[in-house]
Every structure is written in C-alpha cells, then in structure tokens.
Design a protein around this ligand. Structure first.
Ligand code: SAH
Ligand code: SF4
Length: 443
C-alpha cells in the first residue's frame, strides 16, 4: 500500500546499540510504521548513534548532514537521532546547533519513551529528551518479528569499569542486571517465534547479577538458558578478563548449546599500559585464564579487542601486544587506533601517540593477526564442524553460509531446506577470507 508510513533505521556501533535500534524500530511499528530500507521514500528515519571512537562519530555526523537534502525535499519527513553520541555530556546543544533539521533527539536511558516523542513531534514541535541517569532497569521491548533465526538479548545495561579510554560508562550508566526470569521469558518467546540462536549481551556479562541481593551468577543464568528446548545455540559477549570465573569455563565445558567461544578483550599486552588503561589484570593473569580455557574447553575459540597507540605506548609495549597474538592464537581480533574521548582520563594523559605511529602499529598488528587467522583456518581443513545454517552467502548467493560453534564463518553448497538447522560440514578449503565446507550429514 502506498499510504503506509515507512521507517528506516540506521544503526552504528556495538550489538547493544543494535538491540536499542531494534527496540526503537519495534516501537515505531507499534505506532503504525512499516520497516523499509528506502531512505528516499521514508516517513521516519532513525539514526541510532555510537561515540566509542571519533571515526564513528565523524561518519555519523556526515550521515546526519546528508539527510538534510531529504528533509528539504519532503518536509513531512521526521528524523530522530538517538543513542550514545547524543547521551554524551554537553553533546545535545552542540548537535542541535549543527543539525537543526533533526526533529527528535533522544538518549540511551529512555528508549521506552519513544512513542511519546513521536507523538509530540507529529504535533509539530521539535523534541529533545535525554535522561542524565537511568531511573530503573527498564525492561526490553519484546520484538514481534517472527522467524528470526538469531537474536540479541540484553541481560544487563551499563558498565562499572571505567577503563581510562572508554566513554561507555559515561553514556550508558552503571551496571543494572535484568531479572533472570524476565530474560528467560524473553528468550522462550523468541524461541517460540522461530529463533534458534541467542546472544546474551552486556558490556561485561561476567558481572551479571552482582547487583542483586543475594547475587545471581552468570553461569547459572547460562545453565537455565541451556534448558530451553527449541534453542540450538547460546552465545554471550563481552567477558571482561578480570571477572571470568572458573565456574563459567566449567559451565561452557559441560553445556549442550553453550558455544565454545570466548570474546576476551585484551586491549594491550603490556602491563604498564594495562595499568594506565585501568584494566585491572596483568598479561600473566590473562594468559592464566587462556590456559584454563584451553585445558577445560580445548575446542574453544578466542577472539579479542586491541587498542594500539594508547598514550605512553612504547615500541616495547607494542611488541608485547604482538607477542600475545602469537601466544593466545585468536581466531579474530578487532583492532583499533586509540581515539581521544573527551571526559575520559586518557584524553588528558601525557605522551599522546602520533597518528602515523598509530597507523603503522595498526597495520603491523593486523598483519600478525591475519597470519594467525590464516593458520587457524588451515588447521581446520579435513575436520568436521557443526554449523548453524544462516542462509545464502552474501558474496555468492548460490552458496549457503553459517557459523561453527566457535563463531567462524563457513560457506558450502547445500539445499535451502537446511537453513535454520544444524549441519555437519567437513572443511575442504581455506582461502584468505573464506572457509569452504562440504555437507556431510543433516541433523
Ligand atoms: N565492554 C566491552 C567493549 C566495549 S567498546 C569490553 O570491555 O570489552 C568495544 C571496544 O572498543 C573496546 O573493547 C575497545 O577495544 C574499543 N575502544 C573503546 N574505547 C576506545 C577508544 N577511546 N579508542 C579506541 N578504541 C576504543
Ligand atoms: Fe568500556 Fe572498559 Fe566498560 Fe568495556 S569494560 S565498556 S572497555 S569501560
């Protein structure tokens, strides 16, 4: 129907940000909009922002600027900007000045108010509503979309860690865990609607439930989720190394659907940098956890986040980071150049590193990691892996694609019927980026 109102949502940043974008889209749907990808013909555009690095902010500012053209063409178009960038202290005024064509500004703590904001905007006023603090743990808006194979589920909000480079605790507030029964209920309802894989989300899932009295352990939550019959797989991110418990490692070792993948952000391999980052672990401690994981869950994959060019990082510090890549054997590393975030302690530290040095270190880091990933994929050749089939491959729609329990992408030739189910694949080829498998049996 042509008179349907269309909403297009663009989201930036982490999975938690993506989940927030889904909530805003869902609320728009409840308000009568249908989802669309067609920016030119949209009636409502939502830009859900990220501010973790300056590069993300610049990209988003560019996009917000571009949308002015659409607003000039269609004055009835509503544009809403939400999320972390707007939530930064003092950011709203600056943004409003820069982008007067935006109709609705909103932050990270009041997603559930979005329908009210849409109504106020429809009545003709510009709207800006940011809560400085979260007022309570507000329950996620359940997603009505059926047949979605994978879903992200927030188990907690916020972060207490204050790593010295990071803006997240400043825009997402302190840790608040959702009640286990609410989480289980949300997952059961997703599973009843066709979802087969959930990823439990938190900035540090290992401190889930520590804010309850009595505390509730993350590993116990995983055990409960593992009992939900229709689910095939359970993942979780992110694990702060300082809080990863033996119980969690044992739980992953003994769980049925708990995927053997740990995303364990290292950030740096140098103790002096880890200390000025306020990460609260040493490289030796980190390696001791890796050893425990390798002992108890030998098939586990490890992935990580690493920052190069943190203030004061010397060549020796950087060499120690490179060394960790070769010691841990990550299957994948998300690598970043340090980016100054105003209001964080690292932004005013001495010895900021030049862009040239950061770029050189990033290149080197990426090439060392690429070699590790390549070797890891080579070692997979000839072996069998359980893969949850997600659908046609993006690069070659004639092939299907899915992920191993360790979260490694595999493409293969197979019938459409296996989409959404677990198959066993033998790895037959490992290119620079793609792993090719061959279908063996269907479960
Ligand atoms: N809570 C998660 C990660 C949140 S942000 C954790 O602690 O693991 C995702 C990643 O962005 C971080 O792990 C870090 O590597 C990177 N990051 C955060 N702030 C950054 C900054 N100021 N500059 C560069 N990278 C940053
Ligand atoms: Fe940021 Fe550190 Fe919290 Fe992760 S743990 S969100 S890096 S402050």
């Amino acid at each position: 129907m042509n008179n349907e109102k269309k909403v297009v949502t663009l989201t930036y940043g982490c999975q938690m940000s993506e989940r927030d974008a889904e909530t805003l889209t869902e609320i728009s749907r409840q308000e009568g909009y249908v989802t669309s990808n067609d920016l030119e013909n949209a009636d409502l555009i939502i830009i859900n922002t990220c501010c973790v690095r300056e590069s993300a902010e610049n990209k988003i500012l560019g996009k917000i600027g571009d949308l002015k053209k659409l607003k000039d063409k269609n004055p009835n178009l509503k544009i809403a900007v939400s999320g972390c960038m707007v939530q930064q202290p003092g950011a709203l005024e600056r943004l409003q000045k820069r982008a007067p064509h935006i109709d609705i500004w909103t932050g990270t703590h009041n997603l559930h108010e979005f329908s009210g904001l849409l109504h106020r905007s429809a009545a003709g006023s510009k709207v800006a509503e940011i809560w400085q603090e979260p007022q309570e743990t507000i329950e996620s808006t359940p997603l009505a979309e059926k047949g979605k194979l994978q879903a992200n589920v927030n188990i907690m909000y916020g972060c207490n860690n204050f790593c010295s480079y990071c803006i997240v605790p400043h825009v997402r507030g302190r840790e608040r865990s959702r009640k286990p029964e609410e989480i289980i209920e949300e997952i059961k309802s997703l599973a009843a609607n066709g979802c087969r894989e959930v990823t439990l989300l938190g900035q540090n899932v290992n401190s889930y439930g520590k804010d309850f009295d009595p505390p509730f352990d993350f590993a116990d939550l995983l055990r409960e989720v593992d009992q939900i019959p229709e689910l095939l797989r359970i993942r979780f991110i992110t694990s702060h190394p300082k809080d990863l418990s033996d119980k969690l490692i044992q739980t992953i070792a003994s769980g049925k659907k708990l995927c053997e993948h740990f995303h364990l952000p290292l950030q740096s391999g140098s103790n002096s940098i880890l200390s000025s980052m306020n990460r609260q672990y040493t490289r030796e401690y980190y390696l001791s956890i890796v050893e425990k994981i390798r002992d108890l869950v030998p098939q586990a994959t490890l992935t990580t986040d690493i920052i190069v060019g943190f203030p004061g990082e010397t060549e020796e510090d950087f060499e120690q980071t490179l060394e960790m890549i070769n010691l841990v054997h990550y299957s994948q590393a998300f690598t970043f150049m340090y980016s100054k975030r105003s209001g964080t302690p690292a932004a005013t530290m001495n010895d900021q590193i030049s862009l040239d040095v950061k770029k050189r270190r990033l290149q080197k880091l990426m090439s060392v990691q690429n070699e590790e990933s390549h070797q890891l994929r080579q070692r997979m050749i000839g072996k069998f892996y359980e893969v949850l089939v997600e659908g046609p491959s993006k690069t070659n729609p004639n092939r299907l694609t899915g992920r191993t329990r360790g979260n490694i992408l595999v493409v293969f030739n197979g019938p459409q019927e296996v989409i959404g189910s677990l198959v066993s694949l033998r790895i037959i080829e490992a290119g620079s980026w793609t792993l090719v498998g061959e279908l063996e049996t269907t479960e």
